[in-house]
Design a protein around this ligand. Structure first.
Ligand code: IMP
Length: 409
């Protein structure tokens, strides 16, 4: 069975927790786009916290993890992430982490250019846009190429740096040197604890074999629909296809998904700049931010908060065609007198809030009537059933609904 988890808003919907729940029923967990701009926080029932950026979170459960060709990778950052996870006792070996030889490398000049240029969009400064720019311009370096002959790499970087340094100087930055870049790369490649070279493989083939063996595969989206390069709030978007199509281009697997779970936070947040029609730039927004812990997992930036926007979610439903929805952070809305929802026609609906703490509830029937009404309204408007409702950070703080059964085949 092939399952996908996709963010339906501007990212940070709480995909990490849902992926963590679904990983139990899957053999492989796959990233297909984005890079270390993403940040997934996983909290175990014992309260142990892990923050993952590029490595799929299934690694915590000893699952086989794949980083597909559509991902951009900063090899130095990846080493740090792997080392940190290993220090927390997580086993990461070439037997459970597979990196596509065709994934694009985030080079040091991409980081410099992003920092000098990404302010308008409010990027994460991780070199994502510049790395994808080079991929599309056919001037990128792929992971497999890092292990080509040193001479080839030196010539390629030398040629590329002439252009990059011009751009960096024009933007007021310090030019880089090929010798330093090569030295750092060599050090990474030769780090025997890191084993970068051993992780790199033909991931399309790895996944194809797994499909032939009827293994269960979970495709884990990063960011969300409204940050999609084609369908999001351009130019205030990320540089990859965060919606369903990205799964196929980002892995080389054409087979259809058996189940897509769309992740919808019970309210809306966005980090970085750009339009946000339901933004609450007031005390209420501030209280949602505090209660929901709405600070970026990657950059620590405060997230902008606002009401649910069904008009935009309708678009996400069209693009992602979810079979079910996971509604996250419903508990953050506890205690509100009323909840506003931007409806598909563009007007506002006001729904009554609930005064009960729902974080300890595990059964749908125990939810306050107004919370049920809110969920029902959402599901009816979007015409998608709900499979899960998250009422707290921990994995056990989850309410499963009827359509969840379809995910456990
Ligand atoms: P970039 O992906 O670093 O180029 O940033 C482009 C836009 O996407 C900025 O507004 C970022 O804040 C936003 N963004 C990138 N990754 C994430 C994420 O994982 N969650 C939420 N927003 C993100």
């Amino acid at each position: 069975m092939l399952t996908a988890v996709l963010g339906m808003q501007w990212g940070d919907e709480g995909k990490g927790k849902v992926v963590d729940i679904l990983a139990e029923h899957n053999d492989y967990i796959v990233r297909f786009q984005g890079g270390n701009n993403a940040g997934h926080t996983i909290v175990t029932p014992q309260g142990k916290k892990y923050v993952l950026h590029v490595v799929p979170s299934g690694i915590l459960q000893g699952k086989k993890c794949v980083i597909g060709n559509g991902v951009v990778i900063d090899p130095a950052f990846l080493r740090e992430e792997i080392n940190n996870l290993r220090a927390q006792g997580v086993k990461i070996t070439p037997e459970n982490l597979y990196i596509s030889e065709n994934a694009s490398v985030i080079m040091p000049y991409h980081l410099v250019i992003d920092k000098l240029k990404g302010g308008g969009v409010g990027t994460t400064g991780r070199g994502i846009g510049p790395a994808y720019t080079d991929k599309i311009a056919r001037t990128g370096i792929r992971m497999g190429e890092l292990f080509d002959s040193e001479k080839f790499l030196e010539e390629k970087i030398n040629t590329l740096l002439k252009e990059k340094n011009k751009e960096i100087k024009d933007l007021g930055g310090e030019p880089l040197e090929t010798s330093k870049i090569l030295k750092d790369l060599n050090e990474l490649k030769r780090d025997r604890n890191y084993c970068l070279g051993f992780f790199i493989t033909d991931t399309q083939e790895v996944l194809n074999k797994a499909i032939k063996k009827r293994e269960n595969i979970l495709f884990e989206g990063a960011q969300g629909y409204l940050l999609d390069i084609d369908h999001g709030t351009y130019p205030y978007v990320t540089s990859s296809n965060t919606s369903k199509g990205g799964i196929h281009t980002g892995t080389g697997i054409g087979k259809n998904m058996d189940h897509v779970v769309g992740i919808v936070k019970a309210y809306t947040t966005r980090v970085g700049n750009g339009p946000f029609p339901t933004e609450l730039d007031n005390e209420l927004g501030e209280s949602l931010r505090k209660k929901g812990g709405e600070y970026g997992a990657t950059t620590g930036r405060p997230r902008r908060c606002g009401w649910l926007d069904l008009k935009l979610l309708k678009k996400a439903v069209i693009a992602n065609s979810p079979d079910s929805l996971a509604i996250t952070k419903l508990d953050v809305l506890d205690g509100l007198d009323s909840i506003q929802v931007h409806d598909p026609i563009g007007g506002y609906n006001s729904l009554k809030g609930w005064q009960k703490d729902i974080s300890n509830l595990r059964d749908y029937k125990d939810l306050p009537d107004n919370a049920k009404k809110y969920l029902k309204f959402m599901s009816e408007q979007l015409e998608v059933p709900i499979s899960m409702v998250s009422v707290g950070q921990r994995k056990d703080q989850t309410i499963f609904l009827q359509s969840y059964k379809k995910l456990k085949k």
